[in-house]
Design a protein around this ligand. Structure first.
Ligand code: NAD
Length: 334
């Protein structure tokens, strides 16, 4: 099977590629894996270092808005997994246009090129944020899209284009929507790595508002396994939630992280709340469990402990990214 993975140098895409090439997904025997990534601030070739020597891997430094490049690379490809996106909500609030370009135009360009190249299957990786915010209960896959941030709106736009390419042209596109991910190799601008690396650095933890926002957390390894199941056995044109993670307020999560470092709340610096901050996300994961037997496997406390350990042991990976990010953004988390 020849696979093309967009955004394969990012946090989740690189995990998928590392797992794929080390045989974690037996239903996806990979003869060739082509990673297309434009290496924005969030893309990092070293994320693929553990599999770099694998002769089946080919890295293409390219933009998903470049139709000519995609047409060339998609020739003979059996399946596409589409991770490439601008992914940080705060950056989308500071400047939305690059989010529309990559997430909407880039996705449309990829879908059109996949259609023209006769690609058999596309998985479009999306997010729970497309639904907006939910006070109680959980979203099912047929709930209306009511995104609130420019990031979420651009992802919702890309989800609707995926739907249109299936309905209009018959392209086999499957959409996955996952909750918040955590794990190794996540850029230190995002909440968990920001707080962990600030704790390691002795810097304060910038907590939004009263910390009452609720997020559902799933380990990126579980997310990627869900994507692999959808690619191998999902139905064309369908959307699948990859949820079932641990629901926590940001305050509860901060408390757990402080405990790992035996630090107290004096380390926390409350900051003005994010504009349009969604209160709560919650996905109903029943469909993927019924159809594909998926359930997250990694216990949150255990996965978080392992993630903290990874950041402790990999300062060389995150320190340069953090220094660069500090000069570009406000330094508050996703
Ligand atoms: P990331 O920001 O870590 O990685 C994005 C990757 O895409 C980077 O390698 C970047 O260089 C690349 N990229 C960006 N613009 C590109 C372009 N125009 N052309 C080619 N490559 C480009 O993101 P992530 O956290 O790994 O998220 C991956 C996908 O999963 C995204 O689509 C995101 O919306 C979705 N998602 C993320 C989460 C989460 O918690 N991180 C949760 C649910 C869904």
């Amino acid at each position: 099977m020849r696979l093309l993975v967009t955004g394969g140098a990012g946090f989740i895409g690189s995990h998928f590629v590392r797992q794929l090439l080390t045989g974690a997904y037996p239903d996806l025997p990979a003869d060739e894996v082509i990673v297309v990534d434009s290496l924005t601030y969030a893309g990092n070739r070293t994320n693929l270092a553990p599999v770099e020597a694998d002769p089946r891997l080919r890295f293409v430094h390219g933009d998903i808005c470049d139709a000519e490049l995609l047409a060339k690379e998609l020739s003979g490809v059996d399946a596409v997994v589409h991770f490439a996106a601008e992914s940080h909500v705060d950056r989308s609030i500071a400047g939305a246009s690059v989010f529309v370009r990559t997430n909407v135009l880039g996705t449309q360009t990829l879908l059109q090129c996949a259609l023209e190249a006769g690609v058999g299957r596309v998985v479009h990786v999306s997010t729970d944020e497309v639904y907006g915010s939910i006070d109680s209960g959980s979203w099912t896959e047929d709930c209306p899209l009511e995104p609130n941030s420019p990031y979420a709106s651009s992802k919702a736009g890309s989800d609707l284009l995926a739907r249109a390419y299936h309905r209009t042209y018959g392209l086999d596109v499957r959409v996955t929507r996952c909750c918040n991910n955590y794990g190794p190799y996540q850029h230190p601008e995002k909440l968990i790595p920001l707080f962990v690396t600030n704790l390691l650095d002795g810097s304060p933890l910038p907590l939004y508002g009263d910390g009452g926002n609720v997020r559902e957390w799933v380990h990126t390894d579980d997310h990627c396994r869900g994507i692999a199941l959808v690619l191998a056995g999902g139905r064309p044109g369908e959307t699948y939630h990859i949820g079932g993670g641990r629901e926590l307020t940001n305050r509860e999560l901060t408390g757990m992280l402080l405990e790992f470092f035996q630090a107290d709340w004096s380390r926390v610096r409350p900051v003005a709340d994010r504009k349009g901050h969604d209160l709560r996300y919650s996905l109903d994961g029943g469909k993927i469990e019924r159809e594909l037997g998926y359930r997250p496997q990694i216990d949150f406390a255990d996965g978080l402990a392992r993630t903290v350990r990874w950041y402790r042991e990999n300062r060389d990976w995150w320190q340069p990214l953090k220094s660069r990010a500090r000069t570009e953004t406000t330094g508050v988390p996703a």
